[in-house]
Write a protein that binds this ligand. Sequence first.
Ligand code: AMP
Ligand code: MG
Length: 318
Amino acid sequence: MADKNATELLGSDAAGIARACALLAAGELVAVPTETVYGLAGPAGSEAAVAQIYRAKGRPDFNPLIVHVASPAQAERIAVFDSRARTLAARYWPGPLTMVLPLRDGAGIAPAVTAGLPTVALRCPAHPVMQALLRELGEPLAAPSANRSGAVSPTSAEHVMEGLARRIAAVVDGGACEAGLESTIVALRDDGSWQLLRHGPIDAGELAELLGPPGDVMRQAIEAPGQLAQHYSPGKPVRLDAVAAEPGEFLIGFGPDSCSGACDCNLSHSGDLAEAASRLYACLHRAAASSSERIAVAPIPSEGIGAAINDRLRRAAA
Ligand code: AMP
Ligand code: MG
């Protein structure tokens, strides 16, 4: 007899997308590949589906979700765009930038999505599977990362299954995620200031060139739980800036000379930061699944996307 709680593994072909779309339209949850990490998607207008997202992840209800849209036009029906928001959308969408903007009245977003905040986080993703689903469904999708709350984010369908099998209806397998780190989150305030709420694939320095210098950090305490000191946890102690492994450590290296060639996992043999970002969570998942009791990570330069990698590693080590 078929297991009614089994999570379906769908292909990313037309049949898989049609099935995913039917499940979402029925209010079920489907994990979907994006260019950042796999998202756990449900219709953003459905109170029941959104409640199920929080339950499946074990996510605290004060931690709001990102709403994914097919186009800037759909985003403008949900949030109030000023000229800065239009500039950023024109430059970075579709892509790995999330904007926190004032929520419109009557936007049709379930209140739990924004955790009661007067703002909403919006992103227009570039991944063809997520784009196809958004277009076919014609509705925005709430989609946090498809992992149990606090754990390492998934960059493959297997990672999603490890964390959420039997808790969600289906996973669309679109292979490994390209960027491999969650989106950059920027809050555009109505007083004209802005803040970086989460480091990500789009560099803060680049945003400052467009927007001018950022305002004061974090006005509201629990606005961005990607900012919780402990997050992205592999469930074992993590030691940073390691030059060599100590006994019992799984060593994650970076660059050609790292760990004298004796790494358990090298983020990038050539020392390429974009490659390191795309492989970071896969290495952390391997380290978590290994028999080693602890994890050590080689130093990573903080330039460009290196800042986002080090941000995730600090929280994984906290
Ligand atoms: P995740 O869903 O795991 O990618 O995390 C989503 C991130 O978006 C969290 O850090 C949220 O706090 C942040 N976020 C979502 N909505 C808002 C909002 N209205 N204001 C500030 N941050 C938000
Ligand atoms: Mg997450």
